[in-house]
Write a protein that binds this ligand. Sequence first.
Ligand code: HEC
Ligand code: HEC
Length: 332
Amino acid sequence: METRRCAWLLIALAVCIAGCDALSASEEPEVVQVTVPDGFDPVPIPAFNPLTAAKVELGRQLFSDPILSRTEAVSCASCHEATRFFIDGKPRSIGVEGREGLRNAPSLLNVAYQRLLFWDGGSQTLESQVLAPLENEAEMDLPLDAVLERLMNHPDYPTRFVEVFGEGPSIPTLTQAIAAFERTLVSTGSRYDRFQTGDTQALTTLEREGEALFFGRAQCSTCHSGFLLTNQQFENNGLRPTEADSGRARITLNPQDVGRFKVPSLRNVAWTAPYMHDGRFATLEAVVAHYDAGGEGTQNQHPRIQPLHLSTQEKDALVAFLHTLTDEALIP
Ligand code: HEC
Ligand code: HEC
């Protein structure tokens, strides 16, 4: 498992070491950059938390370490599994002692690009986000002082933190290490990318028909636009709401935001079932049927969610197109 994850990182990332000439002369740790192909924005790295190889490696280890949960049985990786596109495959995640949460675990691939985190945008940075699952009683359920105590009493972590940060485990150093690791989780090369950059043979006739519908008559790209196939806004796509989860309104307290959720990226979507904030749809066919029906006519439904009257072939074409968004290097 460990070796596999390392191999995966090597395949998925083109990490280059910047400023190599200067390095030999100075004591500064190597700053790594995540390189991305044309068409992708540069990966945003905040100045206060530069990526270094040792920090990313420490973050990777912390991400997979169950000692960060009360029962020592759940790690970040339990719900964001590296070998399955950083999801858990469950409708709603299961944390310590089998407790079920409210929402579906999103993939963490390309999470560095997300302007706001969580389905409701309730978290602003990858660093501060780390604290939420640690303390959430349906996830890892460990108070932060206990988290730090475990790290400080660990045989290796105190020295590792000092090597990376010049100081021991603390909330800032813990969250910076995990966030640094997460910023390296970039997923690019899909058949759709090859098609975009001029390889017309990369998609079949049916997939091209689906692409034309997605950006044309079906109007999916009203919300699923740009290189991540999301406008990163909060929209209401006509799902029947549940009592438990009002979506963006949980944060803004604005009644017009009831039932609005963050538009998810559709990269790798064929591998990240089940779908929607509560995992209510098991398949892409069910998702397309939802949009074809014009949603459920809910309060605050976006006006572009209208009956589409797609033929069977057109629905198949849309699903086929969604399958072309997979980064094939990540298929287990
Ligand atoms: C019990 C399962 C579980 C565990 C453990 C867990 N997560 Fe998550 N994660 C989720 C769920 C569910 C969501 C969506 C929550 C929401 O939107 O309210 C999520 C959301 C996220 C997001 C936001 C992604 C986005 O696109 O908005 C990040 C980042 C993240 N988790 C990182 C972590 C890290 C780091 C850890 C460990 C410290 C962790 N998770 C532990 C289930 C889990
Ligand atoms: C009005 C904006 C909007 C339009 C138009 C739209 N979507 Fe969405 N889409 C969303 C939102 C918002 C979600 C998440 C909703 C939720 O979880 O409650 C979503 C979720 C999805 C998901 C699930 C992804 C996941 O990881 O769970 C898929 C697949 C999807 N849309 C495909 C499509 C397709 C195909 C079309 C065109 C037929 C389309 N969307 C049109 C806003 C939109």
